[in-house]
Design a protein around this ligand. Structure first.
Ligand code: CMP
Length: 140
């Protein structure tokens, strides 16, 4: 079984969507192996999204991701990265398959409720950004 990282973003935390999103992830077969509420500061959000540092949405993305608490999750499933990306749907909720997390809970491409790692390598990096190896002990 593989692990991947998800983040329930400030819009969904503020909108009290955490319970519904976690239920949907568990119903899709994911096991929650670690979970942590975090309020990122600007340098942390910048480091997490460093791959987007040249993109026009980098500054607004940092502002949004530091605007309130987020819930970081280590999720376990066979083929976890691919599976989670299917369950959350496209970045833009207008393009997300009906029934996906973003189709249901995202407001826009910017305020899109949830993040998921996009490859196994990114998942390893993003899991270690939020969780120590001790906190992931017992997970796959
Ligand atoms: P996420 O999966 O967290 O990864 C990068 C984030 O940048 C993405 O979700 C969106 O919330 C945000 N973003 C804002 N504008 C855009 C855009 N034009 N294209 C892609 N991502 C965007």
């Amino acid at each position: 079984m593989d692990l991947t990282l998800a983040i329930i973003k400030p819009d969904a935390v503020e909108g009290r969507k955490i319970g519904r999103i976690l239920a949907q992830l568990e119903d899709a077969g994911f096991s929650i192996r670690a979970a942590k509420f975090v309020q990122l500061d600007e340098p942390q959000a910048g480091a997490f999204y460093a791959v987007h540092s040249e993109r026009p949405f980098y500054e607004p993305l940092k502002r949004f991701m530091t605007s309130g608490p987020i819930l970081a999750l280590a999720l376990e499933h066979e083929d976890a990265v691919t599976r989670l990306r299917k369950v959350i749907g496209a970045t833009d909720p207008a393009e997300a398959e009906p029934g996906t997390v973003r189709a249901q809970y995202a407001e826009s491409k910017e305020r899109n409720a949830i993040h998921a790692s996009d490859s196994d390598e990114t998942a390893r990096q993003e899991l270690s950004f939020f969780f120590s190896s001790r906190e992931l002990m017992g997970a796959a």
